[in-house]
Design a binder for this molecule. Structure first.
Ligand code: PMP
Length: 393
């Protein structure tokens, strides 16, 4: 039953159907779009394309109303039953959203000696803005302390045992990641909240979770959640910052009062509808199972090293599940060469430093091959990939 459900959904991705000889294994970079999203884009542009928030003729009114519905859709999709203009803010993506939280909301509140905890080994987009905030403050004579959130590669999660030692009375803010973009670990946000206590705002980079795993703000005690539309099956140039606004001042991002990405946001609403109908929980189970298949078999090939999540769930109750992302290295071959071989066999994977903060572009050991999955991927694609990997020793 699961397989026929999956086949039906796979057929809804025109780019996948058009290239039976290729396996798209890079959904963590950007996701392919289902036909419903492509059709909605065409339909909107052909029948009622207009600007939003200005103009009083029917197309303009329809666009303004459509974007308000997308705002509600975003809130509902994330588990916020009553989203409004103060809780859902449209941005061009996670990078811009995190920057807005760092520079427009966090920085003005910080004082000399305040501490923030941010991930040093996650995506660069979730480190650079916090560092920039600290640098701007330093230029204004305010010295804050930026501490690294410790990651435990073995459990695929932050190192919750080390956290109490890093949190103190001056801790004002924590930036974290929901699903790690290289290691695939699904971070235990509940334990993070326990470690920092009830008063410290947490900002969650949900770029790899929204659209891939169920996200429920009713159960995540975070203050900001930021994601990119293009990784959630919508067009690029879209995304949102969801803000809870109960810890600290209201979030009022500056800098983008011009024309919104109307067609992109229309695509976001349709993409979230599509995901909800497809059932994100089922998508998560499918991609998690494919990742487990790849991981288990790769571990039996001694020439490969699988990154992160080394512990099995059975062996350590604190280990977090690995989602649909698996990164690995060949012990002899550089990751760019390995990527080249895989591409030549039709497996479209990411093979470089993977935007990981702290990775040095000139150091081959910092590179890896990343396989990231979505609902259109199949066990046959994983087995085909493994067959090629097995030929390289
Ligand atoms: N954070 C994480 C965890 C990501 O995986 C990415 C994209 N690879 C980003 C942030 C940045 O997203 P975007 O490029 O869409 O702004």
């Amino acid at each position: 039953r699961l397989a026929s459900w999956q086949r039906e959904l796979r057929e809804q991705f025109p780019i996948v159907a058009a290239h039976p000889e290729l396996a798209y294994l890079d959904s963590a970079s950007t996701a392919q779009k289902p036909r419903a999203v492509l059709d909605a884009v065409q339909e909107y542009l052909v029948t009622r394309n207009a600007n939003a928030g200005r103009g009083t003729y029917p197309w303009a009114n329809a666009t303004t109303a459509a974007l308000e519905r997308v705002r509600e859709r975003v809130g509902a999709f994330l588990g916020d039953p009553a989203p409004d203009r103060s809780s859902v803010h449209f941005v061009s993506g996670t990078t811009e959203g995190l920057r807005a939280v760092a520079l427009d909301w966090l920085a003005p509140q910080l004082a000399d000696g305040d501490e923030i905890l941010v991930p040093f080994a996650d995506h660069e987009a979730n480190l650079v803005p916090w560092r920039e905030a600290a640098e701007r403050l330093a230029r204004a004579g305010v010295e804050i302390v930026v501490r690294g959130l410790p990651y435990q590669e073995g459990s695929g999660d932050y190192d919750h045992r080390a956290l109490p030692g890093l949190v103190g009375p001056r801790t004002r803010f924590v930036a974290a990641t929901h699903v790690h973009h290289v290691l695939g670990g699904d971070m235990n946000v509940h334990r993070l909240r326990e470690a920092v206590g009830p008063d410290v705002p947490i900002c969650l980079d949900a770029a790899q979770s929204v659209g891939h795993v169920p996200v429920d703000l009713g159960r995540l005690d975070v203050d900001f959640l930021v994601f990119s539309g293009h990784k959630a099956l919508a067009l690029p140039g879209t995304g949102a910052v969801w803000a809870r606004q109960s810890r600290g001042p209201a979030f009022r991002p500056g800098g983008w009062s011009g024309t919104p990405n109307t067609v992109g946001l229309v695509s976001l609403g349709v993409a979230l509808d599509w995901l909800a109908a497809a059932d994100v929980g089922r998508i998560e189970r499918w991609t998690t199972a494919l990742a487990a298949r790849l991981t288990d078999r790769l571990r039996r090939l001694p020439q490969y090293e699988v990154l992160g999540c080394q512990l099995s769930l059975a062996a350590d109750a604190t280990a977090q599940p690995r989602r649909g992302i698996v990164s690995f290295r060949h012990r002899g071959l550089g990751s760019d060469d390995l990527g080249f071989v895989l591409h030549s066999h039709g497996f479209l994977v990411r093979a470089d430093s993977l935007c990981r903060a702290g990775a040095r572009a000139d150091d081959a050991r910092d590179g890896a091959v990343r396989v990231s999955l979505h609902v259109h991927n199949t066990p046959e694609e994983i087995d085909g990939l493994l067959a090629v990997l097995d030929t390289l020793d």
